[in-house]
Design a protein around this ligand. Structure first.
Ligand code: NAD
Length: 500
């Protein structure tokens, strides 16, 4: 099956090799020999098999991480940790084309998006957090009574259990690994069982960079087995999760048992709002990128497009035309001509098609798309789909996580602010207007962790990421991430002379 793709030899070899678990610096099979098929979403065929970690495997990984925390790693200076993080970034850059092909093959995403979004983003993240290693400090406190030197230290939280989703497999893992290592923690990572390949290759690169054994352990496996074992392990001090609300809720319950620290990056139903005075060409491009980037498999997808009524038809025509052009360029992600790939799995495709059917049956007007694109290949291709709908429809309320847009007309700022916030989610939002005063007024009213003005889907290692309301708890990226991976300790030193 891989013969039809133009792949680097290293990618061809890696994608067909059977993969193991990384525990305490060794690559080992699952304790019960269990494996999971890795599927090529563009063809539906099996690429290879990966070991499926058991609870015993997770236990060994956590024990290794707990030991490593107090071993050589725990004694490294901050500047030596910085050097290691920088070395990982350099290795990612050196292998960027290979990693991008692997990511594209495993997820289906277009190769250019993988290369310049996922992989370049991962290297940038390691460099950003390498800088923080030597700059994340405590403070000396002005105590009000008595003579004391009182200061705070930022200490690692301990063993971090990281559990991640399938849509940006390596990048989401790096959003956790980089700040966790920068602050001196050790990690047990369980990548999604659907797309484990780049995280396993990253494990090799982390070893090549010289990170001590046991500091980063990688245990692909099923959520209800390996993921649950991480969540329930008494020596895991913090859970860092990216995925669905349903799993996030289960993890919070598990974390409550022994009060594990927890951060959750969950879903969204983000509003993208276009005012009549916007640069309409730019807004069309922004709306398209907002919903069709990464096949719409983006937590921040701008899946509710609010358009001021006077420019509604013009904007909708632009998007429908764009969606149809995109459909003509739908294909396998590793083909450089591809602009939009397949969905990640048959199960997910059926889920997205179910939402499209619901849109139809609840009375939304289908403008383009709405089905499988069989011309794109035998894999899980769903056409870029545009509906005109109403706020109360299922497609305008629930996260679809696919290339399905609902366009909604509005008349004024107060109205659109209220409707945009009428959701249980609060991850991101977009605003398109040439009136900066209006943009800022609205940006401050929107209940969302990130607001993009005259842009969409912009990310940077320095800019915090996370959700209001049911889109999550805590922030990743930027200096805010460092807080999530450290405990604050106050140290009091009595400076008063004893009378005796
Ligand atoms: P998911 O919740 O099904 O799975 C996520 C991870 O959790 C996987 O590794 C899975 O194996 C594991 N898991 C599943 N059940 C588990 C359990 N009982 N205990 C422990 N671990 C378990 O989510 P998904 O389908 O992989 O990802 C899609 C979701 O992720 C969407 O809702 C999307 O919005 C969200 N997401 C959010 C962000 C963000 O930054 N906010 C980024 C990407 C994806």
């Amino acid at each position: 099956m891989l013969d039809s793709y133009d792949l680097l030899p290293a990618v061809r070899e890696f994608a067909q090799r059977e993969h193991l678990l990384l525990i305490d610096g060794e690559w080992v099979p699952a304790s019960d020999g269990g494996q999971i098929d890795v599927i090529d979403p563009a063809s539906g065929g099996v690429l290879t098999k990966v070991a499926a970690a058991t609870a015993d495997d997770v236990d060994r990984a956590v024990e290794a991480a707990a030991r490593a925390r107090h071993g050589k790693w725990g004694k490294l200076s901050a500047s030596r940790r910085a050097k290691l993080l920088w070395a990982i970034a350099d290795l990612i850059d050196q292998h960027a084309d290979e990693l991008a092909q692997l990511e594209s093959l495993d997820t289906g995403k277009p190769i250019l998006e993988a290369r310049w979004g996922d992989i370049a983003g991962a290297a940038a993240e390691f460099r950003y957090f390498a800088g923080w290693c030597t700059k994340w400090t405590g403070e000396v406190l002005p105590i009000s009574s008595g003579e004391f030197l009182t200061y705070t230290r930022r200490e690692p939280v301990g063993v971090v259990g990281a559990i991640t989703a399938w849509n940006f497999p390596m990048l989401l893992a790096v959003w956790k690994i980089a700040p966790a290592l920068a602050t001196g923690n050790t990690i047990v990572l369980k990548p999604s069982e659907v797309t484990p390949l780049t995280c396993l290759r990253l494990g090799e690169l982390i070893q090549d960079a010289g990170v001590p054994d046991g500091v980063v352990n990688i245990v692909p496996g099923y959520g209800h087995i390996a993921g649950a074992a991480i969540a329930n392990h008494p020596k895991v001090n913090k859970i860092s999760f990216t995925g669905s609300k349903r799993t996030g809720r289960q993890l919070m319950i598990a974390a409550a048992e022994d009060f594990k620290r927890i951060t959750l990056e969950l879903g969204g139903k983000s509003p993208n709002i276009v005012f009549a005075d916007a640069d309409i060409q730019a807004a069309v491009r922004g709306a398209m990128a907002g919903i069709f980037f990464n096949q719409g498999e983006v937590c921040a997808a701008g899946s509710r497009l609010f358009v001021e009524r006077s420019r509604f038809d013009e904007l909708v025509d632009g998007i429908v035309g764009g969606a149809e052009k995109l459909k003509a360029r739908q294909g396998a992600g590793v083909d450089p001509a591809t602009k939009i790939g397949p969905l990640v799995s048959k199960e997910h495709m059926d889920r997205v098609l179910g939402y499209i059917e619901k849109g139809r049956s609840e009375g939304a007007e289908l403008l383009t798309g709405g089905g499988v694109n069989a011309d794109a290949g035998s894999g899980f291709f769903v056409e870029p789909t545009v509906f005109v709908g109403k706020d109360e429809l299922t497609i305008a309320r629930e996260e679809i996580f696919g290339p399905v847009l609902t366009v909604l007309p509005f008349d004024d700022l107060d109205e659109v602010a209220e409707r945009a916030n009428r959701t249980t989610y609060g991850l991101a939002a977009g605003i398109w207007t040439s009136d900066l005063r209006r943009a800022l007024k609205l940006a401050h009213r929107l209940e969302a962790g990130t607001v993009w003005i005259n842009s969409y889907n912009m990310f940077d290692a320095s800019s915090p990421w996370g959700g209001f309301k049911q889109s999550g708890i805590g922030r990743e990226k930027g200096r805010y991430a460092l807080e999530a991976y450290t405990e604050v300790k106050s140290v009091w030193v009595n400076l008063e002379e004893s009378d005796a």
